[in-house]
Design a binder for this molecule. Structure first.
Ligand code: PEP
Length: 257
């Protein structure tokens, strides 16, 4: 059965002392027996320290982005091998803020996905439609295009070692969540699209929902059959909220055992 994932994207927030406090609290609050994978994604400069603090515990560390290149003259960039070297297990690729603010296109995201796989990291591929696309009923067409670009470059087998996060752009940081039914419809569509090429990979693939997930709405989202957890932004900075979200995911995990 698919093991739920709760992933906390800290974005550009934190400081050494605030991170320490938050991570120590999370270590205490995330129960070891919960059948879920929990990951935090601090900014690059804090990754090594977060890995040290969490070493040996049940919370994993991931990065918010990665360079598509393996190394060399790329000032300011960080390679997948470097992320692995400082203890990362996961990396987000194609977050909507990277696509929108830094003009990353589908091909570049696919190259980042490939770089992550080559280094032995688990890519968390973000897909999702803008408000305009949502209102034009184009959600499925948009996520299909975004996923197909990754398949074209990496083959379907890349998804045997990856996670997808469906993050409707209109729901990120807005307080406006997709309804459980809306999320389920797109998740089922994504799984079906992967299944056209490999039913086994599709059946195992974890598809997370992201977009204003909070302690109060996580349970109803995670009850949907194709919603395997959440990619959480704002609420991942509060130990209370994040704990509630993890607890909701653990109910799903337990129900499926
Ligand atoms: C995100 O940053 O990916 C996200 C989903 O943010 P929020 O939970 O704040 O909407």
């Amino acid at each position: 059965m698919r093991r739920p994932v709760v992933a906390g994207n800290w974005k550009m927030h934190g400081s050494r002392s605030a991170n320490h406090t938050l991570l120590m609290e999370l270590e205490q609050r995330v129960e070891t027996e919960w059948p879920i994978d929990v990951v935090v994604f601090p900014p690059f400069v804090y990754l090594a320290e977060a890995s040290r603090i969490l070493d040996g515990g049940q919370i994993w560390v991931g990065a918010q982005d990665v360079c598509a290149e393996a190394g060399g003259a790329f000032t300011g960039q960080v390679s997948a091998a470097m992320l692995k070297d400082v203890g990362c297990r996961y990396v987000i690729v194609g977050h909507s803020e990277r696509r929108r603010l830094y003009h990353e296109d589908d091909a570049q995201v696919a190259r980042k996905f490939a770089a992550a796989l080559r280094a032995g990291l688990i890519p968390v591929l973000c897909v999702g439609e803008t408000l305009e696309e949502h209102e034009a009923h184009r959600a499925e067409a948009v996520v299909a295009r975004q996923v197909d670009a990754v398949i074209a470059m990496n083959g379907i087998s890349g998804f045997a070692h990856a996670i997808i996060a469906y993050e409707p752009v209109w729901a990120i940081g807005t307080g406006r969540t997709a309804s459980p039914q809306q999320a389920q419809a797109v998740h089922a569509y994504l799984r079906g699209r992967i299944a056209l090429q490999d039913a086994n990979i599709a059946g195992q693939l974890r598809i997370l929902y992201g977009g204003s997930v909070k302690g109060g709405n996580a349970a109803e989202l995670f009850q949907m059959p194709d919603v395997d957890g959440g990619l959480v932004g704002g609420a991942s900075l509060s130990a209370d909220e994040f704990q509630q979200i993890c607890a909701a995911a653990s109910l799903r995990g337990s129900a499926r055992h």
